[in-house]
Structure formats: structure tokens, C-alpha cells
Write a protein that binds this ligand. Structure first.
Ligand code: ATP
Ligand code: MG
Length: 392
């Protein structure tokens, strides 16, 4: 029966003078999200609220699911609008509303009125009492409970009258685009898509870079990364995915450096290249899916060694998460099933039997000198031959 939604947002409210920027960004993100739905929608803000109204046919379930992916939304209330045609009509509307939304009426309720338009002839308390009485008269099986009602019937008196009683939770966070842009190092694993999701949830727009090592990593492994980016983009909006051919750099490191340091040195080059692309594309930081102690390359020593090569801040939102906690988020956002598909990623091919867990920075730097002859040119070629995929 509902054809409109009242969108609630939490944190935006506290942003003072920037409030309208946040609201505009939220409206923009809602528009992007609803483009994927059947139907036409009018999305507008008025009086500190955002309204989404379907114009004609639409799929209720699909629309709610899309809205639940828009960061910045704390709640989605299906709402009915009524013209102001006097108090009696309002009571009739409320009775009809309860009748339609709650087929089983053995429930307690409370009416909660907000009179935003002060020229309405009745005060909020009077409206609560009057509507409550009308509902009780129509449905004697119901009862009033002002402390813990099963149904909280909200009435807002504005230019129109709004009736709503249900709030579907949104994802929270801040609208994407209000927090600048960052570059996600996206692999085919479980962690990095979750890391991207978490930073985007704070309003940051995401681009991504994937290091591909054909023929050691397959086309399918690359497709899996594209698929993961696509799932994440349902929350973040379009993602520009930079695919970098890393094979020659990896082989060169393999040839010139001790095998137990391979992963660390390789990670250092990934970070350098990612930072370079980030700088060129207006990103203000890097994002990885690292978590302390998860693998040899994620001990504090190893993280220090990887971190050292970047000047940009590196955001690691999963740093204190256990694997199980990461898996929970991956399941919630829908990336887990894709992440666990068994296509090798470039790390599994060049891993040493006994990678260092406490790399010594001086030793690492010294070994990187072995790469001096060709590394600059290889990096240049890798950057020049990047493939850009716009994922949406
Ligand atoms: P994930 O589950 O995200 O693949 P992981 O546990 O496999 O992580 P590592 O392989 O050590 O961990 O990688 C740590 C982080 O480095 C990843 O979360 C990701 O951000 C980045 N990374 C690793 N491999 C690649 C790659 N081939 N392309 C882009 N980023 C990568
Ligand atoms: Mg990985």
C-alpha cells in the first residue's frame, strides 16, 4: 500500500553549517541507488527530511533493499501522505492506516504527533488524544500503551500530513562523497572488500587497484576481483578499478631478492604503485584489508616495513578484527561467497615456505638495491599498461 518513504539520517544532523551538503550528497546517492530499481522516483528534501516517492508502478521490496545500501540512511519509514482536510478526516485516515497496515489488531498503540505547522488548529496533545479515541472506537480489540506500545503511530503535521509507524533500519554511516576519495588495494580475498566497505561507510568515495600477474594468476581470478568490486559498488557507487600487470615486477623481485623476503618486498612495490595512482587520481589515502598477525606479512614488523614506503596515510579498518568478525561483515554485505571461490591470487604463487615475520628494514632496503637496474622501467611500464575498468 505504501508508495513513499521518509528517510531518516542520524549523523548528518550534527554537522551544523555543512548540513545541506550532506543532505544533497545523500539525495544524490539515493538517486544513484534507485536508478537500478524498476519504476520512477521523485526524491526531494524538505524541512529536514528526505522523501522518496514512487511515481507509478514500482517494486516495494527491491526499493527498500536498495535504500538499505545507501550510507547515511539510519532508517526508512514507509509513509502515507494525506492532504489536510480537517481533523475528522485525519482521524479517518489514521483508522484506515491501522486497518491496512495491521491485519492483526490485538496490539497496543500510542499516537505521537509532531506539529511542525503551528497554524494547525489543534495542539499535539489534543491530536494524540482525538486520534487515539477514534482508533479505539474503530478497533475495540486494541489498547493504548504510552510506555511500550507495539505500534507507535507517528503523525507529522506539515504542508501535508504524514502517517507512519514502521522504521526499517538503514546501513548508517555518512553519504559517500562527503569524505573525499581513497584508493583501495583490492585483492580477491575476504578482507579487502570489507575494508573498502567500511571506509566508504564513513562517506569516502572509493577507487581500487588490483595487481594481476598473468599467466600465474588467471583471467578468472581477475574476473572475481571485478565481481567483488561490483558487489561493493552497490554501496559505494561506481568504482574505478585500475588493473596493474605486476608479473614482470614480481619475477624480477623473485630473481633478485631472498625468497623469504619476497612477500614483503612485493607488498612494498604494490604500495608504492598504489600510492602513485592514488596521487594522480585525487585520492587522499590508501586502504588495505590488513589485520594484525593474520599472516606473516601482517605482523607489526611487517606492517612497519610495508607502511614505510608510503607518504600517504594508509587506512586499515580491519586492523583489530578477528577473521571471524571480518567474515561476518563479508556475509552481511554479500561478498563472502565470491571471495572464497578458489582462484589463486598473485600472493599464493610467489609465497616462500618460510616468509620472514620480523623483517629488518635495513636488510630489506639493502636487498631492494638489487632491483635498481630495472625496477623503475618495469614500474613505468606497469603504470602505462594499466587497464581501467569502471565497475558499477
Ligand atoms: P585479502 O583477504 O584482502 O586478500 P589477505 O589476508 O589475503 O587479504 P594479503 O595477501 O597479505 O592478505 O594482503 C593484504 C592486503 O594487501 C589485502 O587486504 C589487500 O588490501 C592488499 N593486496 C594483497 N594482494 C593484492 C593484490 N593482488 N592486488 C591489490 N591489493 C592486494
Ligand atoms: Mg589476498
Amino acid at each position: 500500500m505504501f508508495t513513499a518513504f521518509l528517510i531518516k539520517y542520524a549523523e548528518i544532523g550534527i554537522k551544523g553549517r555543512n548540513r545541506h551538503l550532506f543532505e544533497d550528497a545523500l539525495v544524490h546517492q539515493i538517486k544513484i541507488a534507485l536508478k537500478k530499481c524498476e519504476g520512477c522516483f521523485s526524491i526531494h528534501k524538505s524541512q529536514g527530511r528526505i522523501h522518496v516517492e514512487a511515481q507509478g508502478e514500482f517494486d516495494y521490496q527491491e526499493t527498500v533493499e536498495q535504500l538499505q545500501k545507501v550510507f547515511g540512511i539510519s532508517g526508512i519509514s514507509p509513509v502515507e501522505y494525506a492532504e489536510d482536510e480537517g481533523f475528522e478526516k485525519l482521524c479517518d485516515r489514521a483508522v484506515m492506516y491501522i486497518g491496512q497496515v495491521y491485519p492483526d489488531r490485538r496490539k497496543s498503540f500510542k499516537v505521537n504527533t509532531r506539529r511542525a505547522r503551528k497554524d494547525y488548529p489543534k495542539e499535539s496533545m489534543e491530536i494524540n488524544a482525538g486520534v487515539g479515541e477514534a482508533v479505539l472506537n474503530a478497533y475495540p480489540e486494541m489498547r493504548v500503551d504510552v510506555h511500550e506500545p507495539d505500534i507507535l503511530l507517528n503523525i507529522e503535521i506539515r504542508d501535508k500530513i504524514y502517517l507512519y509507524s514502521e522504521t526499517i533500519p538503514g546501513p548508517g554511516g555518512m553519504p559517500v562523497g562527503t569524505g573525499g576519495k581513497a584508493m583501495l588495494l583490492l585483492s580477491g580475498g575476504i578482507d579487502s572488500p570489507v575494508a573498502g566497505y567500511m571506509i566508504a561507510k564513513r562517506g569516502v568515495k572509493i577507487d581500487a587497484v588490483y595487481f594481476h600477474a598473468p599467466p600465474y594468476t588467471s583471467e578468472r581470478a581477475k574476473q572475481k576481483v571485478v565481481d567483488l568490486a561490483k558487489i561493493v559498488s552497490a554501496y559505494t557507487g561506481p568504482i574505478w578499478l585500475h588493473v596493474i600487470n605486476f608479473t614482470d615486477i614480481q619475477l624480477y623481485i623473485h630473481e633478485k631478492c631472498p625468497h623469504e623476503e619476497l612477500t614483503i618486498i612485493m607488498r612494498r612495490y604494490m604500495m608504492r604503485i598504489a600510492e602513485h595512482i592514488a596521487g594522480e587520481t585525487g585520492c587522499l589515502g590508501l586502504i588495505t584489508g590488513e589485520s594484525i598477525g593474520q599472516v606473516a606479512s601482517q605482523t607489526l614488523n611487517s606492517l612497519a616495513a610495508t607502511n614505510e614506503v608510503c607518504e600517504m596515510p594508509v587506512y586499515r579498518p580491519l586492523i583489530g578484527f578477528d577473521k571471524q568478525e571480518i567474515v561476518e561483515v563479508a556475509n552481511k554485505i554479500g561478498t563472502f561467497e565470491t571471495s572464497i571461490l578458489p582462484y589463486e591470487d598473485c600472493c599464493t604463487i610467489f609465497v616462500a615456505k618460510h616468509p620472514v615475520t620480523k623483517p629488518n628494514l635495513n636488510v630489506i632496503r639493502r636487498h631492494e638495491i638489487n632491483l635498481e637496474e630495472k625496477i623503475e622501467e618495469l614500474t613505468k611500464t606497469a603504470l602505462e599498461t594499466e587497464e581501467l575498468i569502471i565497475v558499477e
